[in-house]
Design a protein around this ligand. Structure first.
Ligand code: IMP
Ligand code: MG
Length: 181
């Protein structure tokens, strides 16, 4: 796998599609083990999570599972703005339901906290979060996600749904920003 350059920044290969597939399977197994019923509602946080959500949702083969989508935006370029804007809200009735939030990455935790606070107002039975990636050293707010694919250092990454200003979501593998020499 070769380096890629986008918007003047160079990224090197970091997590392969095979490694991702392995962790998706493990996380799905943990979710299936923990769910009490067979109809959890998966809540995919757009845009970044759509690729992970497609794989995780299919790996969680509950008979009555459902999925819905919500959209938040916090990042400009390679840093979090600290302000999370809700761009598309929740339409489903979640009262009494087991809700599993699907995130691509938990960085500062600001998005996760805001989402959990918002969901709590609608009386779900439970809310858990599954994230493909988690940067524990960057967490400033809220609690750690219940299900984590990979814990990673606080570096900017892209691919497999994660973007740099909208680009590179379609890369099947994950890349990390190279240190400037
Ligand atoms: P948080 O609110 O700071 O936890 O960040 C949440 C959102 O920022 C994630 O859902 C991503 O969309 C985006 N984000 C955080 N870190 C990265 C990264 O390394 N690459 C691309 N997007 C990121
Ligand atoms: Mg996101």
């Amino acid at each position: 796998m070769a380096d890629i350059t986008i918007n003047g920044l160079t990224f090197e290969p970091y997590i392969t599609r095979e490694m991702i597939a392995e962790q998706v399977k493990r996380v799905a197994g943990e979710i299936k083990r923990d769910c009490e019923g067979d109809n959890p509602l998966f809540l995919c946080v757009l845009n970044g999570s759509f690729v992970f959500a497609a794989d995780l949702f299919r790996a969680c083969d509950f008979l009555n599972a459902e999925i819905t989508f919500i959209r938040f935006k916090s990042y400009e370029g390679t840093t979090s703005t600290g302000v999370v804007r809700e761009i598309m809200g929740l339409n489903e009735d979640i009262s009494g339901r087991e809700v599993i939030i699907i995130e691509d990455i938990v960085d500062t935790g600001v998005t996760a906290k805001q989402l959990r606070d918002m969901l709590a107002e609608h009386n779900p039975k439970s809310v858990k979060m599954a994230t493909l990636l988690y940067k524990p050293a960057s967490l400033k707010q809220g609690s750690a996600p219940e299900y984590v694919g990979f814990e990673i250092p606080s570096k900017f990454i892209l691919g497999y749904g994660l973007d740099l200003d909208g680009k590179c979501r379609n890369l099947p593998d994950i890349y990390v920003l190279k240190e400037q020499k």
